[in-house]
Ligand binder design. Structure first.
Ligand SMILES: [Zn+2]
Length: 96
């Protein structure tokens, strides 16, 4: 079993398995963050992953998500839905 060595803010050096780790990548970037829960103290943590760390984590079989750091907010979705309802020709909103 592959082990991933990292450090816990409480316990210091720890070993994780790929199942313990989730990788978050940014769209179009080769770096991101990785999340894990310390198997010893159970504290969830997040650390930056540079391109080298990302490569190592992916090679060990860690699952990843592509995360948009600037997601559409609930307010924007609501505003768009309201605009759709008020617009008699919704396609006009999309074409500007
Ligand atoms: Zn710990």
């Amino acid at each position: 079993m592959t082990t991933i060595k990292t450090t816990c803010i409480r316990c210091g050096g720890i070993k994780l398995t790929p199942d313990d780790v989730a990788l978050e990548l940014r769209p179009g970037r080769r770096e991101g963050d990785y999340r894990f829960r310390c198997p010893t103290c159970d504290v969830p943590q997040r650390k930056p992953a540079n391109p080298r760390v990302v490569r190592v984590l992916l090679a060990t079989g860690v699952t990843f998500d592509v995360v948009n750091p600037d997601p559409i907010t609930e307010i924007e979705i609501t505003a768009f839905a309201v605009a759709l309802e008020e617009e008699s020709d919704p396609m006009r909103l999309l074409t500007g």
